[in-house]
Design a binder for this molecule. Structure first.
Ligand code: SF4
Length: 127
């Protein structure tokens, strides 16, 4: 398999409590809880987009740049079909809107990882 220099998620196992909050935001199904810790089960499944980052209450997730397997849409399709990966609908922590209604962004607030929809975000920014 071709190795490329690219961005990818890194999980600090010392900080990870295995809560699982980062699993469902990953549409590729790249993260699973294995032996009580979050793991990227295959580098070719992680596109490095970082949608999981804001969900971690422990700050265990970061994006790093390193040489690894190329991201593979084909591998994602095979993996999600075989494992019936179906991302759980997330809701805005302010108004309760589902991500099927409007886009949500992962944010941090008062030490918590929270989802905020695009309608609630402007008042939070501008006060
Ligand atoms: S959200 Fe953070 S603490 Fe929870 S399982 Fe994922 S990496 Fe571990």
């Amino acid at each position: 398999m071709t190795k490329v220099l690219r961005k990818i998620i890194q999980i600090d196992e010392e900080l990870c409590t295995g809560c699982g909050d980062c699993v469902s935001p990953c549409a590729e199904g790249a993260i699973e809880i294995v032996d009580g810790k979050a793991k990227v089960i295959s580098d070719e499944l992680c596109d490095g987009a970082g949608f999981c980052l804001g969900t971690c209450p422990e700050g265990a997730l970061t994006i790093v740049e390193r040489e690894t397997d190329e991201f593979s849409e084909e591998a994602v399709h095979e993996h999600t079909a075989a494992n019936k990966v179906d991302p759980v609908t997330q809701h805005c922590n302010w108004c309760g809107a589902a991500d099927t209604e409007r886009p949500l962004l992962p944010t941090r607030h008062q030490g918590q990882s929270v989802w905020v929809c695009v309608k609630c975000l402007p008042p939070l920014i501008h006060g």
